[in-house]
Design a protein around this ligand. Structure first.
Ligand SMILES: [Zn+2]
Length: 164
């Protein structure tokens, strides 16, 4: 991953511990390998014209799990967003609302970009999502705070920490 794809404001650090790399393979980069139309039986996204979209599936559609649901099933996320700090804890409800709104906005256009899991707990909150960078930036816009540390765990696997 080149520096051109790192959103501005993030400090990037790399790690090569191989923990995630050994599970990295092409299953999740399945662009174009689905017959058209294909509907995902889990979430209802439809593969049409080379990409996943929200639309009415034709009656004759193939059924195959989309890459996002596949990742959720395998517990193989595309990214982690770590939310912490005293400001976050004091405004947790409001901030999580923004996080979910940001997801809603993105997944309207891009069905595969979604939040896969939020650990609902009182302390620092890990969010598993494709949208770690986008949400981190949205939080920084709304509340400032640390723009985030971007840790590249493997190709296509990021962790963003937002602290405030
Ligand atoms: Zn799906």
């Amino acid at each position: 991953m080149g520096t051109k794809s790192i959103p501005s404001g993030f400090r990037q650090i790399s790690r090569h511990d191989g923990i995630f790399q050994e599970r990295e393979h092409d299953t999740y980069k399945a662009k174009g390998k689905f017959p058209e139309p294909t509907v995902c039986p889990q979430c209802g996204a439809v593969f049409h014209k080379g990409r996943w979209q929200w639309r009415q599936p034709p009656a004759s559609a193939h059924e195959e799990t989309c890459p996002a649901c596949h990742r959720i099933h395998d517990h193989y996320p595309a990214g982690f967003l770590s939310l912490k700090g005293p400001f976050f804890l004091a405004h947790r409800g409001e901030i999580m609302h923004l996080v979910h709104n940001e997801e809603k906005r993105e997944r309207t256009e891009h069905p595969l970009k979604r939040i896969m899991a939020v650990e609902e707990q009182d302390g620092p909150t890990p969010v598993t999502t494709h949208l770690a960078c986008g949400i981190g930036q949205a939080l920084h816009h709304a509340y400032q705070g640390d723009p985030g540390v971007l840790l590249q765990l493997a190709e296509n696997l990021l962790r963003v920490s937002w602290m405030h």
